[in-house]
Design a binder for this molecule. Structure first.
Ligand SMILES: C[S@@+](CC[C@H](N)C(=O)[O-])C[C@H]1O[C@@H](n2cnc3c(N)ncnc32)[C@H](O)[C@@H]1O
Length: 345
């Protein structure tokens, strides 16, 4: 039934007044402070009164809508149809970080509010005349302008490391040889599975060879990694959240030595920390990329075949050798070994 005009305009005025009315101080403070809280702190605060309960609810909703805390170009939502976990809590970084910087800088991170969407960084560069500059013009490169990947920086370094332009090149992020530095551009989602926990899924068709994401997290020394590994094993036995400590070995060109890289994304990482293992090698290939001027290579994921929208993204965590105790594997592939690979195997 249509409302009489006078009644409708009174209602509109009331709604407008409600929007214009200054929010109570408690409300304003809560909107600023609550997004900094951990899930447990948020749950405790939400029990104290109805207003804080409402704000906590909207923060939880906002957190579950973007696992990346607005640090990536696109939002990557959590989807859970199997239990009551709305999201997984971790501190977001889109690149590798040293533990020394993480300890002081990343104790807390703002996450979950209507105004938490920060400006997306532009990757386009302009020259002094305001023209768009594109293509590779790094110092070691004679070809300027076409932006393809023929720059000498892209030649293979040693055995398995691919080189990209980096801080020692004059080019910017628009360079065609910085494919893996442009952050995530593919639509993804983090989906809950009853047995494997969270997993990363594609939310669009991904073509074979496309860059998906890098494995970001804290770089640990081997001694620290061994200590953390032991701790995570103990925590896993008592039912704690899964860990995301990855060990990679780069074979050095001499062939006599290898560089061990330990990336721990358990506390601080990006969405790659949700990629589960598959015994058949999965649909992602891993490549070590070294940016020109950087000492440590980055571990990057590429589609090893065309991946359909909705498919889970997986890769092999490593070789499986016999071990009496370990986590059960639920990859579901016909070649499933029954157990997850582990550093100690
Ligand atoms: C890097 S995390 C992957 C994300 C994790 N599923 C989560 O919920 O955060 C690695 C952990 O995921 C679980 N996982 C990964 N692949 C699995 C598989 N094929 N079967 C069972 N659990 C798996 C294990 O608990 C493992 O320690």
């Amino acid at each position: 039934m249509r409302q009489p005009d006078s009644k409708r305009s009174r209602k509109n005025n009331e709604t407008q007044e409600e929007t214009d009315r200054p929010k109570p101080a408690l409300f304003q403070c809560a909107e600023l402070i609550l997004p900094w809280l951990t899930p447990l702190e948020l749950a405790n605060v939400s029990l104290t009164c109805r207003t804080l309960h409402q704000i906590s609810k909207s923060i939880t909703l906002s957190r579950s809508s973007d696992a990346c805390r607005a640090f990536e170009n696109i939002a990557i939502p959590f989807c859970n149809a199997v239990d009551s976990h709305p999201y997984a809590y971790f501190i977001y970084t889109h690149s590798l970080i040293l533990p020394s910087s993480s300890s002081s800088q990343f104790q807390r991170q703002f996450w979950g509010s209507n105004f938490s969407r920060i400006g997306v960084e532009s990757v386009g560069l302009v020259d002094e005349l305001g023209e768009n500059v594109s293509g590779c013009d790094c110092e070691s490169c004679n070809e300027v302008g076409d932006g393809d990947t023929r720059c000498p920086c892209s030649s293979l370094d040693g055995l398995d490391v691919v080189r990209e332009c980096g801080s020692s090149c004059r080019c910017g992020l628009e360079c065609g040889n910085r494919l893996s530095q442009k952050r995530i551009t593919i639509r993804l989602k983090v989906v809950r599975d009853r047995r494997k926990g969270w997993g990363l899924h594609s939310d669009q068709l991904i073509q074979k060879g496309q860059f998906v994401c890098e494995y970001a997290g804290e770089l640990l020394t081997t001694k620290e990694a061994r200590r953390q590994h032991q701790l995570y094993d103990e925590l896993a036995c008592s039912g704690h959240s899964p860990s995301a400590l990855l060990v990679i070995r780069e074979h050095l060109p001499s062939g006599n030595a290898c560089l061990r890289i330990n990336i721990d994304a358990t506390r601080i990482g990006n969405v790659a920390r949700f990629i589960n293992h598959s015994c058949d090698g999965g649909n992602l290939s891993t490549t070590l990329m070294r940016s020109s001027g950087a000492l440590i290579p980055r571990l990057c994921f590429f589609a090893s075949r065309d991946i359909k929208e909705g498919e889970e993204l997986t890769f092999s965590y490593g070789e499986i050798r016999k071990k009496s105790k370990g986590l059960q594997c639920f990859c579901g592939s016909s070649s499933c070994f029954g157990m997850l690979p582990s550093e100690d195997t």
